[in-house]
Write a protein that binds this ligand. Structure first.
Ligand code: SF4
Length: 505
């Protein structure tokens, strides 16, 4: 499945194509389970993981409640330290600001690192239109740039690629002899990228956190290329979503424990670059110019809503992707958005419009695994349900389906009227008996599997339990109400039904 040919509008079709790709599913299974295991081991090193999560969420909620104040404090302190801060209303403005900085300085080549935000606004394409060559330097991003694809994970962008596919890509694009040795492949990428660093006129990075009390930006990474991107070229532009600000260094301590453990299962990433302003004196490490672009791009809208606001607490660790049974099967490209997985299904409709992503809130079984692993306790299932209600009831209601509405209205009518429900189930039981279909209901290939569309879309994948011969109310009224209470089962003695976990039916 080419990542360029899919959009969020066609998640169902994208997912079907992904499910047919056994190589993709193998790569996903391997990577997501590995990250899941590492995460579990890493969080086991923290005494009070739950307490840490709660603290992180409190910090985020407090910051979001006064975001304007903290952003101004951050901007003032960053400028005092020598940075130049720019405010961008949307992606177009952010691209224009960065493009202008580059053009005014005659930039021809840009090295980039750690920036999902730049993927969000298609910065590479904007730079290319100005005749500027952007080079991705994170190994995963570099691989997908060579392959002409888009990221499929917010932390591990090339998670969908197998070692063999990467080896073939390097033979074709870097001209190296065939090898599937990881060290050889990494060395080839490193050699190619070192040249690019030396040529680059400007570095562009993302930001993990911006500390308001000092105007410092923090970038976490493992390869050292973000450090090179932000310190070798004479100009550094950092693209920062406005939700990335946190009040103080003390708060950073909490997030530094949470993010690496949740993302890659590390106690700490190999590099933590804390950048406060420009280089102090000629010969010092660091760029001559530091530009920080504070980008809104729909975030204020999300902030304004009391339910959706919590999605801005996301620290982009990717743990919810690794834990999600849907993502584990279909991977990131199926979502047709730079932000895939559970958090992507929440963020993409909010940032890019529900009309463009109305299928995404349904890309979930609502099992809650995402909520359980989220280091900042974002209730993703609640947000998905909120967005689903927007899809069917919102002003735009792009996908309001008349038949679906009718079915739920009929269901509600039935459930609110016990007498009507009794009559309806009585008719259903009679039909089951007369037609002799009870034995065939609820079995794959049975009656339910043959329902005509659109109901067939439901029964193609699910069994429907047949109606029980008698209702519980009926059994209660005639047999159980006046029966003596059951004997207590002594502790430690399990019945067969308990052991099998079933209800005995
Ligand atoms: S929603 Fe939570 S788990 Fe998912 S990426 Fe954001 S912080 Fe991580």
């Amino acid at each position: 499945m080419s990542s360029h040919s899919v959009t969020s509008r066609t998640f169902d079709r994208n997912a079907r194509a992904a499910l047919a790709d056994t190589q993709l599913r193998g790569a996903l299974r391997h990577a997501t389970s590995l990250f899941g295991e590492r995460r579990l081991a890493a969080i086991g090193t923290v005494d009070d993981w739950e307490g840490l999560r709660t603290r992180a969420r409190e910090i985020k909620d407090r910051t979001l409640a006064q975001l304007d104040r903290y952003l101004e404090e951050f901007a003032d302190n960053a400028e005092r330290a020598g940075a130049r801060v720019h405010w961008a209303r949307d992606g177009e403005e952010a691209c224009a600001i960065i493009g202008q900085i580059a053009r005014e300085r005659g930039v021809r080549t840009v090295v980039k690192s750690k920036s999902m935000a730049s993927e969000e606004i298609h910065l590479n394409a904007a730079l290319a239109r100005l005749g500027i060559e952007p080079i991705e330097t994170d190994l995963g991003e570099y691989i997908i740039q060579l392959a002409g694809e888009t990221p499929s994970h917010i932390v591990v962008p090339a998670i969908h690629k197998t070692k063999r596919q990467i080896a073939e890509l390097f033979v074709e694009k870097l001209g190296i002899p065939p090898s599937d040795d990881v060290a050889t492949l990494t060395e080839a990428a490193r050699a190619a990228l070192r040249q690019r660093f030396a040529q680059a006129d400007m570095g562009i990075s993302g930001v993990n956190f911006g500390v308001a009390e000092t105007g410092t930006i923090l970038i976490l990474e493992n390869e050292g290329n973000a450090r090179l991107t932000t310190s070798l070229p004479p100009v550094h532009a950092a693209l920062m979503g406005i939700e990335k600000v946190i009040p103080s260094f003390q708060d950073l301590d909490v997030f530094l424990k949470l993010l690496p453990r949740s993302g890659t299962g590390q106690l700490l990433t190999a590099y933590q670059s804390l950048i406060t302003g420009t280089r102090r004196a000629p010969g010092d490490e660091g760029p001559e110019e530091l530009h920080i672009v504070l980008m809104d791009n729909g975030r204020s809208r999300v902030l304004a809503h009391p339910t959706t606001r919590q999605s801005l607490a996301c620290i982009r660790c990717g743990a919810c992707l690794n834990a999600c049974p849907v993502y584990q099967q279909v991977g990131g490209h199926a979502y047709g958005s730079v932000y895939p997985g559970p958090i992507g299904a929440v963020i993409s409709p909010q940032l890019f419009g529900l009309e463009n992503s109305s299928q995404l809130p349904y890309a979930s079984s609502l099992c809650g695994a995402c909520r359980d692993v989220c280091p900042v306790k974002i209730d993703i299932p609640e947000l998905l349900l909120h967005l689903r209600s927007q899809v069917v009831e919102g002003d735009d209601a792009p996908q309001a389906k008349p038949l679906e509405r009718l079915s739920f209205a009929a269901y509600a009518t039935l459930m609110e009227r016990p007498a009507l429900l009794r009559v309806a189930t009585g008719v259903g039981r009679l039909a089951q008996r007369l037609l002799g279909i009870r034995e065939r209901v609820g079995k794959q290939g049975g009656v339910t599997a043959r329902l005509a569309p659109p109901l067939g879309a439901w029964t193609a994948w699910r069994d429907l339990r047949p109606l029980a011969p008698r209702s519980f109310r009926d059994i209660w009224r005639t047999e159980l109400r006046d029966a003596p209470p059951p004997q207590r089962i002594p502790a430690g003695v399990a019945t067969r039904a308990d052991r099998s976990g079933g209800d005995g039916s």
